[in-house]
Ligand binder design. Structure first.
Ligand code: KG4
Ligand code: ZN
Length: 343
């Protein structure tokens, strides 16, 4: 089965062709056009994103078809993100997918963006299959899930305020770093010597207490906005921000990672999972992946993280999730709508 995936939920216009059957599906092409224009605003401007998708969607899909050497007549289905995301941005990809599916007389399936992130890692790691514990950490979401099988997802915990990636971006702004901030914080933190200036800063691990028990409402949840305020206070109190920047970035990153790793370990332990699947842009963070491995390996679990290309928003993961649903016989109608949020 050959599926065209389309993703326009935020600031990446992406199209991909995947080929094959469920667990052996291979990425034939993947085109990701990132909208640079938002950098000058320090965040994504929805209306500008929609207009940029409108300009890009046709050439991006055509390039994905050309790269794969595939004619649109030979597509079997189209998978498109229809939630959650910026509604105006989603509508561009969704409307395009509907028109193309109607024209070719092939099925179209709407995909939940976060389910796409769950499938991304399996495209590169054949063993990243359920059952597993999943941690999805992106600019908009922080979700801890137990995945018993594809299509059956139990949401164990989520952020109560800022998403992990959002916290990286906001703290980067406080430290005078460009948007998106995650990679810049990671680079800066790597230069902080924890035994010299680095140890002068230590932030409380948000929502992590040793007396929490399964069943407690905060056992699996996350919170990053208090940590952001702690960083703000540290920056204000610093006599020399330039000199302290790396140490603060390191202390912030350490606190985020500890919180993510602790909750993931709790979930893996409670559900007796031996596979941990990471997804979303923050899963690009090498320190996070390393810390997760160090913590989970002694418990007999293997950690699977996607490459940068598949961790951040891309259409290959949408095509892969769509393939799963289409092979189960599911179809979306042409009146499918776009939604800013979805359960
Ligand atoms: O999944 P993604 O591409 O888009 C959303 O769906 O939100 O995630 C983007 C987020 C941004 O907040 C960015 O700062 C963060 O992922 N990010 C990172 C790193 N690379 C990207 N955060 C921490 N460390 C990184 N290396
Ligand atoms: Zn995403």
């Amino acid at each position: 089965m050959r599926v065209l995936g389309i993703e326009t939920s935020c600031d990446e216009t992406s199209a991909a062709i995947i080929d094959g059957e469920a667990n052996t599906a291979a990425v034939r092409s993947l085109v990701i056009l990132s909208q640079d224009v938002h950098r000058v605003f320090g965040g994504v401007v929805p209306e500008i994103a929609s207009r940029a998708h409108l300009t890009a969607v046709v050439p991006v899909v055509e390039r994905a078809l050309a790269d794969a050497g595939v004619a649109r007549e030979s597509l079997d289905a189209i998978a498109v993100t229809n939630a959650p995301g910026l509604v105006g941005a989603l509508l561009v990809g969704l409307s395009f997918a509907k028109a193309l599916a109607w024209m070719q007389g092939i099925p179209m399936i709407g995909v939940h963006h976060m389910e796409g992130h769950l499938f991304a890692t399996a495209l590169e790691h054949p063993n990243a299959q359920p059952p597993f514990t999943a941690l999805l950490v992106s600019g908009g979401h922080t979700m801890l899930l137990d995945v018993a099988e594809w299509g059956r997802y139990r949401l164990l915990g989520a952020t109560r305020d800022d998403a992990a990636g959002e916290a990286f971006d906001k703290v980067a702004k406080l430290l005078g770093l460009p948007y998106p901030g995650g990679p810049h914080i990671e680079r800066l933190a790597a230069h902080a010597d924890p035994h010299a200036g680095g140890s002068r800063y230590r932030f409380t691990r948000p929502m992590v207490r040793s007396d929490q028990r399964p069943g407690d409402p905060d056992y699996y949840d996350f919170s990053f906005s208090g940590l952001k305020t702690a960083v703000l206070n540290a920056v204000r109190a610093s006599a020399n921000t330039d000199a302290d920047r790396a140490a603060i970035a390191r202390a912030f990153q350490d606190a985020v990672i500890d919180s993510l790793v602790e909750k993931t370990a709790r979930a893996a332990h409670a559900y007796e999972r031996t596979r941990i699947v990471l997804g979303g842009g923050v899963a690009c963070n090498h320190a996070l992946v390393a810390a997760m491995g160090e913590r989970l390996a002694p418990l007999g679990a293997t950690v699977y993280a996607p490459s940068v290309r598949l961790a951040t928003d891309n259409a290959a993961m949408i095509a892969r999730a769509g393939l799963f649903h289409v092979q189960r016989g599911e179809r979306s109608d042409l009146d499918l709508d776009a939604f800013a949020s979805a359960p």
